[in-house]
Write a protein of this length. Sequence first.
Length: 433
Amino acid sequence: MPNQKHLNAVTRKLIQDSLDQGLSMPEIARQIDKSKSTVSREVKTHISFQPCLKESDSNGKAVIWDCVCIHECSPDNGICKSPCKKRKPIPCEFRDKKGLCNGCPKAHRPRRCKLEKRLYKAKQAQEEYEETLRESRTGINLTGEEFQYVKRIISEGVKNGQSLSSICQRCPEIPVTERTVYTWIEHRELADQGVLNIDLPLKVKREIRFKPSIKTKKRKDNSVVRGRTYEDFQKHLASHPGVSVVEMDTVYNDVTNGPFMQTFLFRDPHHLFLAVYHTEKTAQAMYEGLKTLHDQLGAQTFRRLFAVILTDRGSEFTAVEEIEALGVKVFYCDPMQSIQKASVENKHLLLRRIFPKNRGGHIFDLVKLGLTSQEQLNIAVSHINSYGLKSLHGHTPYDCFCFLEKSSEIVEKLGIKKIDPASVHLKPDLLTR
């Protein structure tokens, strides 16, 4: 089979058939002459979720079976007629280990398996791929109403004699670059607002390669983000008040060689800060970092403390299914909106006192600063958590966390120690002095 750049319908059907036969990713990759990572990304991107089997009883009420508490709530018939907040899906050894249900003898027989299913379907995958091709780079990534609003802002500024550079810097609600606005004007997209090339006395003269018709079309979120946007995050908090929220990010100096720090900041009330040491910045590494915390804390404590995780849309945080299998809920900030997880971003200012990125044009090597292991990183985290904060009325995150948990056992499991406030050291020589 020729090694084409894009997968086609025939190749996807072969992948589905191979998965149904129980073949592994490397075996499938050899069959279609692709890399293992290509097959893995294809399957993860186009997995379809089928909810658990639901039926109606004689009274028209929903009846489900996918809950570990069924026999506790309904010992007679073992069914659940009224799904509640207490409901927890039944774990499946085959699905949870492989990540999908292809190859399971019960997968395509709903009456034999009434649990939630994850299936790779070639036809659906091809349709999603073709839809992505159609909408990729099609028109302006705005709705018609959003585009009209942006055009009014630009036209008002131009009529007042302002440059496009000044308008774009002054108005953060304009979601495009200055060069894009010049292209809009070149294509006469702002002519209805009275803005033409002649209105820009210092307009950059450049040849336009083509002049296609421009349409407005709001693009869909990446499949990983669907159902996990910041708007979904706010709705989840509204329906689950008091749930523990953790902001997650990554800090590093050298994107090629690392090391990398996977950081966590608990929101109110204690602002405890955690960090996990990594030698690579991959989705698998970030999942393993959370798995390490899960194993250190125990499943019950981990799910309570890490009930909700808010992070950015970086490629290292795309292993969302594996992370959520640990019993947490993951949400993503909007693009270019780091302010939505401002707590962890502000905490990085303290972290950067110990591990500065650059000074005077010189980029620091974190290894030379002493960051060579998780134990060394724990020393820095201990000093940060023993630093009194104004937002905590002078108290430290360490003391507040231990007070609320009525014990220091949890932080000790994570390798964090209490530092005397007078001995807290937040400078680059912390690990080497």
